[in-house]
Design a binder for this molecule. Structure first.
Ligand code: PPE
Length: 357
């Protein structure tokens, strides 16, 4: 992970070091936040954000599921992200939009706490390591079951829910594995701590369905479509744990991880113990899609017009501290951001709406 210069926070670009919150931020205490993980890739047409609209839509849906009105339109968040990438001079990066209940009244009832919005971006290499991406990773079925829809909302990408993934990740990491697989409460295969999972058997691809408490991964959807377009059969159905061991190939998908072959599960080699043929075809095709080398999927790429925003306009906190300065300073602290819009966009690239408390 490589630090960038600026983070977009409640309508203003602030220096990385100054993007701070109060210790009584509601989300710190109760996990009341939703977020996204998005990637931007270097392409011939410029930096391009993969399925940006789909990620923003999911952010919006996650926020809705937890009763959080986002005080910016998705188009405003899109423009802010473009400006963030351009002003940071990033060609490829990971993007982290975060919507949280901010500092306000304490206690579990969150609806009176302000909603803060942050977008950060940084250069982030292979999530499970270069070696895992190339040669495959070793995973273990965690003793922790994936959260279920009786008590939380697996379809939402909410911060508090990730304690479940964190437990599984620590358990399997400490046992010497690259990643965890979580089963759902019925004992069916669900997903990784931060990835969806696919099993290949006799040339057919299988993956757990929506009802298995999975996160509806955008990479998962993309891979299903690409696989079908390539002529593979893809079946969404419940998978028994033993089907992992009996598979010819297993791979995992996610924005951070991209497509990673799984070559060993619970000390058992999968197939030949090396990345399989279907996995390699999909990984190669997906890589072309991400980098704009496959015409067919060009509409999945949201190209950032670097020239239109790079280097223009002031940055909040350059000179004065963010939130106090002449740029972001017009009352642009969290929950009080009327007037921050103009200042935030600098060049006028990001028209902002005042916060609706
Ligand atoms: N399941 C979970 C639990 C999950 O967190 C992710 C993404 C996925 C599936 C795949 O979804 P998608 O990215 O839309 O294909 N995990 C994010 C978190 C990574 C992190 O460590 O933070 C990601 O890949 O960005």
């Amino acid at each position: 992970m490589k630090q960038a210069d600026l983070i977009w926070m409640n309508g203003a670009l602030v220096p990385w070091e100054d993007a701070k919150v109060h210790v009584l931020t509601h989300a710190l205490h109760y996990g009341t936040g939703v977020f996204e993980g998005v990637r931007c890739y270097e392409t011939e047409r410029g930096p391009a954000i993969f399925r940006h609209q789909d990620h923003l839509d999911r952010l919006h849906r996650s926020a809705g599921l937890y009763h959080m009105p986002i005080p910016y339109s998705l188009e405003e968040l899109r423009a802010a992200t473009h400006e963030l990438i351009a002003r940071n001079g990033l060609l490829s990066c990971y993007i982290r939009p975060l919507v949280i209940r901010g500092a306000g009244p304490m206690g579990l009832f969150p609806l009176e706490a302000p909603v803060d919005v942050v977008i950060a971006a940084w250069e982030w290499g292979a999530y499970l390591g270069e070696e895992a991406k190339l040669k495959g990773c070793r995973v273990k079925v965690s003793s922790w079951r994936r959260i279920n829809s009786d008590s939380l909302i697996p379809h939402a990408k909410a911060t508090g829910q990730y304690l479940n993934s964190v437990l599984a990740k620590i358990e399997t990491h400490e046992a010497g594995y690259d990643e965890a697989i979580l089963l759902d409460d019925a004992g069916h295969v669900c997903e990784g701590s931060g990835e969806n999972i696919f099993v290949v058997r006799d040339g057919v691809i299988h993956t757990p369905p929506q009802t298995a408490s999975i996160l509806d991964g955008i990479t998962r959807r993309s891979i299903i479509q690409i696989a079908r377009d390539l002529g593979y059969g893809v079946v969404e159905r419940d998978l028994a744990r033993a089907e992992l061991y009996l598979a010819d190939e297993v791979f995992m998908t996610g924005t951070a991880a991209e497509l990673v072959p799984v070559t060993e599960i619970d000390e058992r080699p999968i197939g030949t113990g090396r990345p399989g043929e279907v996995t390699c075809v999909l990984r190669g095709t997906f890589d072309d899609v991400l980098h704009g080398r496959n015409e067919r999927y060009h509409e999945w790429l949201d190209v950032v017009n670097v020239g239109s925003v790079a280097g223009e306009g002031p940055v909040a906190g350059e000179g004065p501290v963010a939130g106090e300065g002449s740029v972001a300073g017009e009352g642009s602290v969290a929950g009080e951001r009327e007037g921050a819009g103009e200042a935030a966009s600098g060049s006028g690239a990001v028209p902002l709406r005042a916060a609706t408390p």
